[in-house]
Design a binder for this molecule. Structure first.
Ligand code: DQA
Length: 152
């Protein structure tokens, strides 16, 4: 049987607090619920996933660097670092893997400082505003990207 494509799913700061964190913005599902959703979607799509969360920018950078040769794509919700981190942008550019960016909330309906994302400048696509289901949509997009090995 062919080896399944592997997707590194990274969650940035404060996403460990999902479920209790501003539920009117982020809903009541926990990060463990999101992980289960991803596991179910990945099984259906024939993908392997490695699901992680960190509150530390440098740890996220290291995980992105280490993804080269280990994973076929990165699904990234960098949380607030999306709007601030040139280091994460540089790491994504350095590894060159396809990136799909996810946000639970619709960042464009929120404060202006959330409207710009460094991650978006290298992401193949962005999904935001659909809550945890956005991770499923992103995995569907990743499955197509790695299947087509689309060089665009
Ligand atoms: C977020 C949106 C960011 O602006 C915010 O800083 C987060 C979560 C989201 O998933 O909606 O931490 O990435």
């Amino acid at each position: 049987m062919a080896i399944q494509p592997s997707v590194l799913i990274l969650n940035g700061p404060n996403l460990n607090l999902l479920g209790t964190r501003e539920p009117h913005v982020y809903g009541t599902d926990t990060l463990e619920d999101v992980e289960r959703l991803c596991e179910d979607a990945a099984a259906r799509l024939g993908l392997e996933i490695d699901f992680r969360q960190s509150n530390h920018e440098g740890e996220l950078v290291t995980w992105i660097q280490d993804a080269r040769g280990e994973h076929d794509a990165i699904l990234l919700n960098a949380g607030a670092y999306s709007h601030t981190s040139i280091a994460i942008l540089d790491a994504l550019s350095a590894v060159g893997l396809p990136v799909v960016e996810v946000h639970l909330s619709n960042i464009f309906r929120r404060e202006p400082f959330r409207h710009h994302s460094y991650v978006s400048t290298v992401a193949r696509g962005v999904i935001c505003g659909f809550g945890p289901h956005g991770y499923v949509l992103a995995l569907e997009a990743v499955a197509r990207l790695v299947d087509a090995a689309d060089p665009a």
